[in-house]
Design a protein around this ligand. Sequence first.
Ligand SMILES: [Zn+2]
Length: 374
Amino acid sequence: MHKLSKQEYLTGRLMGQAFFMICAVMFSSWSVAQTASLASSNTWVDADFHDSHLHLTNYVQEGTDIKDLISMMGSKVGHSTVFGIPLQQQWLYSTTGDWAPTYYLQSDAPLYYYSFTDAHIAMAYRSLTKQQQARLDPMITGFNPTDMYAADHIRRVLETFPGVFSGIGEFTIHKEFVSAKISGETASLTNPALDRILDFAGEVGLVVIIHNDIDMPFPKPDQEPYMLQQMKALFARHPDTTIIWAHIGLGRVVRPLEEQAALVERACADPSLRHVHMDISWDEVAKYITATPETIKRVADVINRYPDRFLFGTDVVAPKSQDAMVAVYDAYAPLWDALTPEASIKVRKGNYERLFDEARRKVRAWEKANIDNN
Ligand SMILES: [Zn+2]
């Protein structure tokens, strides 16, 4: 074996060092170039909106390729949450035969909690470049909110996929046509399992997007809106948790309560609910809000008085094109016109940035402190 002479050894070392230095220079100029291209390609800083409510997959866990989502966002959508749907519509042969349902209204077969959605979302997110990841806030949804172990599932997801998630949800407690179809015990706002979930979210700094209809469909005029009291009590029990109440509690047939605007305004004014925000996502909600000049004015008045408490979202499910997202935004055109410039920018972008930037910072800090080898 040829033994290196001292001269050859030194020459080799020097060449190695030179190579290392060239690499270092190349690398640093590469990162300068990379940073410059990050800045120059951030055309989305002038985006119309951020999307606080977007489902990447549908009720049978199929959906949009996450890279296609980034292209669809283009320069219109700046940031977006990204989550699946934790409820899987079962294809029950005895019910629909060879026909495969993809939506909960298409079959009487039950829905069940599909925890793998969290791994799917996390792996999709990890397939993106850092620059693409910076635009998304993945959310954990694959837990059963009646299970006292649900909070442990959320912890396990954070441990398995550190550096990914910003929040939990959208998860559902009461939703027209859906709640009654879910296998097992019916979820409820009074279940201590839900308190464990919200406590844990508060401890970690995870944003919570919760769906709970404000009332039952087709209530009789004298019917007690018991859901409201339960919801207020639940939210008040978790003052350290950042909560977004999806769709201000509206549904496909759960119509705004007669005094809904006054009620929402009271919630905004209540210091015990300071941590509660509302999203106006879903084209069904846009229909209610923009129904008449009066409804637009009523809603705009409340938002203008409490501009920090509302977020826009599309609630699109497995979108196939940018049009799907932009259509919901455009449906709100009369509302955008009725808001003050300050309120408009906060609802479309500012509140998202405030809540999710903080969540990302807090969750990363929690992961650093609580997960080994992170
Ligand atoms: Zn949704």
